[in-house]
Design a binder for this molecule. Structure first.
Ligand code: BV8
Length: 243
């Protein structure tokens, strides 16, 4: 019997997702040949230094992605909704840690979500730290509604060189989970890419669902390769059968 069958229904599950889970909804990944980093340089659009040097270029980069995310044609896919179903039926509890800054997990029905790299739907003021929902475009002339500052508004996302959000909580949950499931991430970006080793050291059963073997694929007990909209509903079905 696969070790998965040793997972009992009272065991907590921690799920890590990356851009691959949103690909079939129509959002680009980062490191696929047609990905975002094939069109933009990280140093130009996804670091605090880039924002200091050329705030308009950075804000426009996120304005384009925010309008893509808000396109009515972009909808949660079967992988997002399967994870929401798992959260609803799994007695041991499910925590979803996403590297993604889109809102497809929320719209797919998941409730317990940590966006460790922030959220595209929110902006943050560098002057007063106020975080607000923001659906339109940001510009260097945008004014903070809370403190009135102009030019201090940035997307509430984590850039390279910045500390991901809620790391203490994530690390403590990695110590408690009995199943660690990684979906749609290339395993290139740390500290997220190191979570599988953390979970495995703490005794979790680790599974990778991805289109192809990730950079950290060899750390997983079990791997399945293919599109998330096939793999995730199938895997969630296997967990349902354990109950
Ligand atoms: C930090 C938000 C320190 C913005 C992003 C070791 C330890 C710690 C840090 C480092 C380290 N080594 C290097 C670092 C620095 C750096 C890093 O990891 N660099 C890499 C490039 C080497 N890490 C950082 O800077 C992090 N911060 O460490 O701070 C610190 C300490 C103290 C005090 C202060 C600071 C911060 C990293 C977060 C950066 N922000 N995003 C935005 O979105 O614009 S990261 C960026 O990559 C993306 O946003 C995404 O979140 C992340 C991971 O990408 P993936 O989601 O995996 O996407 P990718 O395209 O790579 O892969 C997609 C996968 O899906 C592929 O495998 C593909 O095959 C698969 N796929 C495709 N289609 C499908 C599919 N799978 C299934 N179905 C399909 N249909």
């Amino acid at each position: 019997m696969s070790v998965l069958e040793e997972i009992i229904h009272s065991d907590p599950i921690l799920i890590l997702t990356g851009a691959g889970i949103s690909k079939e909804s129509g959002l680009s990944t980062f490191r696929d040949p047609d990905g975002i980093w094939a069109k933009y340089r990280i140093e130009d659009v996804a670091t605090p230094e880039a924002f200091q040097t050329n705030p308009k270029r950075v804000l426009d980069f996120y304005n384009v992605r925010r309008s893509q995310m808000n396109n009515p044609l972009i909808k949660p896919n079967k992988a997002h909704t399967a994870l929401a179903e798992l959260e609803a039926f799994w007695p041991g509890g499910v925590l979803l840690v996403s590297q993604n800054i889109d809102d497809l997990h929320e719209r797919g029905g998941s409730k317990k979500i940590i966006h460790m790299h922030g959220e595209l739907s929110k902006s943050r003021c560098n002057n007063c730290d106020e975080i607000t929902y923001f659906q339109d475009n940001l510009s260097p002339e945008s004014k903070c509604d809370h403190c009135g500052f102009i030019g201090s508004i940035r997307p509430n996302v984590v850039w390279f060189g910045e500390m991901p959000l809620h790391m203490e909580l994530i690390l403590s949950e990695l110590g408690l989970c009995r199943l660690f499931l990684s979906i749609g991430t290339s395993g290139n970006v740390y500290p997220a890419a190191g979570f599988v080793q953390e979970a495995r050291q703490n005794g979790a059963f680790t599974v990778e669902l991805n289109l192809e073997k990730s950079e950290v694929g060899s750390y997983f007990h079990e791997s399945h390769y293919g599109p998330a909209t096939d793999l995730v509903p199938e895997f969630v079905g296997k967990l349902r059968d354990l109950l």
